[in-house]
Structures are given as structure tokens and as C-alpha cells.
Design a protein around this ligand. Structure first.
Ligand SMILES: [Zn+2]
Length: 258
């Protein structure tokens, strides 16, 4: 560990040196490198996570730069490739692996097992259900995060301890609006990512993180949390019925759905 690099974390009373070592030995996968995912990646790299895997099939477009951690020079580049370049400049010690891929059921089944934490930077509900299924199945903690308009939402999901995504967002919850339809204030994704990242970091540190759902209204400056109990009838975390890890979601591409 580079003590000068991590000096401000080392003096922080919340961390011992052993905590920081545990965090720096961790492996984190970020699914979706948009506004929330790219901001979280910057923070995980700064915390000295040993291995970061980035999953996103998109290229950087001009309409991304307003809120995502890319520059004008990255337009036309694959997001994961552009991200590796800036993350290496943030912290060259971090091993960053880019996956220019869709997080479908095949990818989930073949890759997630090795990771200590999955960070959800995606913007669609089907990918979140695939993340939820694979994380519950493999008992991998994950952090859900979402930003739209002037609102944000995030939650820690610890399989076997907290409610899962299906517990609070059941299958029949209906369609979601997207940022491309109703917009997003450019400060919201990085605000959500900063807080959701802190939950993720505490999970890696070994804290007992509650499964509350956190809501941000970044216009009227409200931050609320509601309790989210496990559903004893939940098909995913109670019955182990992983409907999103099947053939139908192999080759799933959210870009053709929205
Ligand atoms: Zn559940």
C-alpha cells in the first residue's frame, strides 16, 4: 500500500490500516459505465481496489459528456477502453479489466463468481434482475444505484441478510422511464454514485450494512430512507428461482429494448 497516496484515508477514524488493506485486496465489478458507474469507478480506483472489472458495450457519445467521467476526446471510443485510460491515471496500481460486452445471463454465470462486490451502474431493469439473480445465487453483495431527472435511489443488497431487488421491485412493477426520455440533471449521477460507493466500500470493509432504500431529491435537497424487509415469498432470495439466468437472457441486449 502506498501510504502517501492513501494518507487521507489512513488518518480517517473510520478506517484502520487493516480495513484499508482488506479494501485494497478486493475485486469489484462495475456493470454499466454511464453516469453512476463511471463516477463509482473513479472512487473505487482512488480507494486502491486491487481489481476492477468494467462491463459496458457502448461507445462514448457527445450527449454522455455532460454527466459522465469522459472527455470530448473520448467521443467515438468504447466506454470501457476510455475508462481504463482515465482510471490508470487515477491509480496505476489498480488492475482494470475492460469487458466490451453486454451483461447477459451467460456473462453473469461465467464471470461474477470471482468478485467481492458488484456495483450496478446500469440504466435498465432487466440487467438489474440478471445482476440480482446471479448475486443471490453466488452470494455476492451488490449495490443498486439509479439516477434520473433530479432523483436518485440506491441500496445495498447482501444475499442472505437484506432484501433483494425482487423483494422491493417485483416482476410486475411496470415499465421504467429512462434518462433519454425525461433527462437527468448532470450532478445527480455522481451524487448517487458517491453515496452508493460508500455503501459498497463499507461492505468490502466488513461492516454490517443495512438494506434500507435511500432516495435523493437533488433539487429540493431531501435525502430519505425507507426500511426494506425481505419478502418471505420472494421467488429469488427465498425460493431460489433464478428466471433471469436462463437461455432467454443469453444474448439479451438492453440497447434493442429501449
Ligand atoms: Zn428477494
Amino acid at each position: 500500500m502506498d501510504f502517501l497516496y492513501h494518507a487521507r484515508h489512513l488518518v480517517l477514524s473510520r478506517f484502520s490500516q487493516a480495513d484499508l488493506q482488506r479494501i485494497s485486496d478486493s475485486k469489484v465489478m462495475i456493470v454499466g459505465m454511464g453516469g453512476t458507474g463511471s463516477a463509482a469507478a473513479r472512487l473505487f480506483a482512488g480507494a486502491g481496489i486491487s481489481t476492477l472489472a468494467l462491463v459496458d458495450p457502448d461507445i462514448v457519445s457527445l450527449s454522455n459528456i455532460q454527466r459522465q467521467q469522459y472527455s470530448i476526446h473520448d467521443v467515438g471510443e468504447k466506454k470501457v477502453i476510455a475508462a481504463v485510460k482515465y482510471l490508470k491515471e487515477v491509480n496505476p496500481q489498480v488492475d482494470v479489466t475492460p469487458y466490451d460486452a453486454v451483461f447477459d445471463s451467460d456473462f453473469a454465470l461465467s464471470r461474477v463468481n470471482d468478485f467481492d462486490l458488484i456495483y450496478d451502474g446500469t440504466d435498465n431493469i432487466t440487467t438489474r434482475r440478471i445482476i440480482n439473480d446471479i448475486c443471490v445465487k453466488t452470494e455476492t453483495p451488490w449495490v443498486f444505484s439509479s439516477a434520473i431527472e433530479t432523483y436518485g435511489e440506491f441500496k445495498a443488497i447482501i444475499p442472505g441478510k437484506t432484501s433483494c431487488y425482487e423483494c422491493f421491485m417485483p416482476e410486475n412493477a411496470g415499465p421504467q422511464q429512462t434518462c433519454s426520455q425525461i433527462g437527468v440533471l448532470n450532478s445527480v449521477p455522481s451524487t448517487v454514485a458517491s453515496l452508493a460507493y460508500a455503501l459498497g466500500l463499507r461492505i468490502l470493509k466488513g461492516d454490517n450494512v443495512p438494506g434500507d432504500i435511500h432516495f435523493i431529491d437533488a433539487w429540493n435537497m431531501n435525502l430519505e430512507k425507507i426500511r426494506s424487509a425481505r419478502n418471505p415469498q420472494c421467488p429469488v432470495c427465498s425460493r431460489g428461482d433464478f428466471q433471469y439466468l436462463v437461455e432467454k437472457y443469453s444474448g439479451f441486449d438492453p440497447r434493442t429494448v429501449q
